[in-house]
Design a protein around this ligand. Structure first.
Ligand code: ADP
Length: 308
């Protein structure tokens, strides 16, 4: 996916575009994981065009195994436009499901990646798509059967929530997940409880259903890790000037999962994940601010924490 950003009142106003930038929630996640170090691979689909080549080159350059990314012979790389409103709200125009991304399905590139993987990360945004769902379910079953683990970023955008089939897929994925990375009301959506039930009740429900760890993203309020054994670890956010909020949650997730897979404690992983999210919002472009381990170490030592 490629993103171009624009500021102004409407998409049709002839304001200058900024970009294009490599993007896509799964790509941002895996790019950040690749930059941290350790093994990271992506399954995806791009067009046989400059945008597709730019996405693959970026991921490869940041240490990601791109052997699971197919190049569609006909369909173009998916694109998205983001409009930033003066009040900070964002509007998106997506061209995904009529692009190469919409043709993504299980094929002989996916199998070897799943055969090597010890962990699968799933993005909730993809659950509305039939062939991607079938691929995800198959990959999850294959990796779980070998003793691997699964993380899920619910990322359930409003347009996905009304659909019953997507809701059933989401519940099934929550049931298979070891680690959840919710933000906003997604904790309650995953637990299938109203927000009024409270955070502890929602966490308890999830732990009973087999989830082992929940990393709750709280924007400028930082993040909290909750484990099934009852432990809760909070880590405050870093004080930064936000240039572009797109990609913060994905960088947080990529860093958190990579750090936990490298054997770090929840507290250490939260520090890197908060740093990755905060550093990324100081750059224009969805994944331009993803940081290497050294860049994040430097960011952590130089940047004040917010007190919340
Ligand atoms: P999502 O994009 O999934 O809604 P958040 O907005 O909570 O996720 O961002 C993920 C993480 O990135 C936060 O937990 C925080 O650590 C960091 N982050 C995001 N925005 C900011 C900000 N303005 N200042 C500092 N840290 C931020």
């Amino acid at each position: 996916e490629i993103v171009a950003t624009t500021a102004g009142e409407g998409f049709l106003d002839p304001v200058p575009l900024i970009g294009p930038y490599p993007s896509g929630a799964p790509a941002i996640f895996v790019d950040q994981a690749g930059r941290i170090g350790g093994a990271a691979a992506m399954v995806g689909s791009v067009g046989n065009d400059d945008f597709g080549r730019a996405n693959i080159a970026r991921l490869k350059g940041d240490g990601v195994d791109v052997s699971g990314i197919r190049t569609d012979p006909v369909l173009p790389t998916g694109t998205a436009f983001v409009r930033y409103r003066p009040d900070g709200a964002r509007d998106f125009v997506f061209n995904m499901w009529t692009s190469a991304a919409g043709a993504l399905a299980w094929d002989d590139r996916v199998e070897p990646v799943c055969a090597r993987a010890g962990h699968l990360h799933v993005m909730g945004t993809l659950l509305g798509h039939q062939s991607i769902w079938e691929m995800t379910e198959r990959a999850a079953a294959m990796i779980k059967a070998r003793g691997g683990t699964i993380s899920l970023d619910p990322n359930m955008r409003k347009e996905l929530r009304g659909d019953g089939e997507t809701g059933r897929r989401f519940a099934r994925m929550v049931g298979m997940a070891d680690l959840l990375l919710p933000s906003g009301d997604e904790l309650y959506l995953a637990a299938d409880l109203p927000v009024e039930a409270g955070e502890e009740a929602a966490l308890e429900r999830l732990f009973q259903s087999g989830v082992k760890e929940v990393a709750i993203k709280r924007g400028a309020d930082g993040a909290t890790c909750a484990l099934a054994d009852g432990s809760r670890t909070h880590s405050p956010a870093f004080a930064v000037t936000e240039m572009d909020p797109t990609g913060a949650g994905d960088c947080f997730g990529g860093a958190y999962v990579a750090c936990r897979r490298l054997g770090m404690t929840p507290s250490q992983a939260l520090t890197y994940a908060n740093a990755a999210g905060a550093r990324n919002v100081t750059f224009r472009g969805p994944m331009e601010g993803a940081g290497t381990r050294d860049e994040l170490d430097q960011f952590i030592s130089e940047t004040k924490r917010l007190t919340r």
